[in-house]
Design a protein around this ligand. Structure first.
Ligand code: ZN
Ligand code: FE
Length: 255
């Protein structure tokens, strides 16, 4: 459990390296499941707590984020919320989410942020009161999602929207990729002391079989090379001292 007073979040490891999340609004006891790529571990985590989900929230259409939806929706009568733009590729939606149209979960506002790049219809869900961002496969700790459908420029613009959120925002990512991301990060940002500290911490966490998630946005801004594409030191290490952020980002992603 990694809570603050407003929004409790439970990490549920599913499949080989995915995370699903249980979230609970403290004021109303409303419960949701985010990105259930597998049903059984999520149902076990719910049963342990005596929780029943009212909602299933989806960031994008990939199988490893939605495969458990049908089973969980049937078992609990949970409703499904996802991107209106991707409704043809998602399970049938009860709430069609659109960027700029706020949605409510329990007593909290949820900001829907369009984050195309990994997929075209990808969204991130930001809970300002709960200080939590569900980033799906857009932003990982020390990394970012692969460009399966979108362009580097789209992904850079999506990440730039997330970078504008408050630094204390807890970032919940869709995968435990941090250790392999760390090994790559030091190749493009070798002089970054904060990154070196983070790499040592991540190695210790993974050796102890602990999750490296959540991270915070402030910490990612200081250590994640994909968010540091505007930094002169990262541009220099990438061999693009005069490039703009988008170009440097594209080169880091290409590598
Ligand atoms: Zn994905
Ligand atoms: Fe994924």
């Amino acid at each position: 459990m990694t809570g603050n007073e407003a929004l409790e979040v439970v990490l549920v490891p599913v499949l080989s390296d995915n995370y699903a999340f249980l979230i609970r609004d403290a004021e109303t006891d409303e419960v949701a499941v985010v990105d259930p790529g597998e049903a059984a571990p999520v149902e076990r985590a719910l049963t342990e707590r005596g929780w029943r989900p009212d909602w299933i929230l989806l960031t994008h259409h990939h199988h490893d984020h939605i495969a458990g939806v049908e089973t969980i929706a049937k078992a609990y009568g949970a409703k499904i919320a996802g991107a209106a733009a991707d409704s043809a590729r998602l399970p049938a939606l009860d709430a069609s989410l659109v960027a700029g149209e706020d949605w409510n979960f329990g007593a909290q506002l949820v900001e829907v942020i369009d984050t195309p790049g990994h997929t075209i219809g990808h969204i991130a869900l930001y809970f300002p009161k709960g200080k939590a961002l569900f980033a799906g496969d857009t932003l990982f700790s020390l990394g970012c999602g692969r460009l399966r459908e979108g362009t580097a420029l789209q992904m850079w613009s999506s990440l730039s929207k997330l970078m504008a959120l408050p630094p204390e925002t807890r970032v919940f990512c869709g995968h435990e990729y941090t250790l392999s991301n760390a090994r790559f990060a030091v190749t493009v940002d070798p002089e970054n002391a904060a990154l070196k500290d983070r790499v040592a911490e991540v190695e210790a966490q993974r050796a102890a079989n602990e999750p490296t998630i959540p991270t915070t946005l402030g910490r990612e801004m200081a250590t994640n090379p994909f968010l540091r594409a505007e930094e002169p030191s990262v541009k220099a290490a990438t061999g693009l001292p005069d490039a703009d952020g988008a170009t440097t980002f594209a080169e880091i992603r290409r590598r």
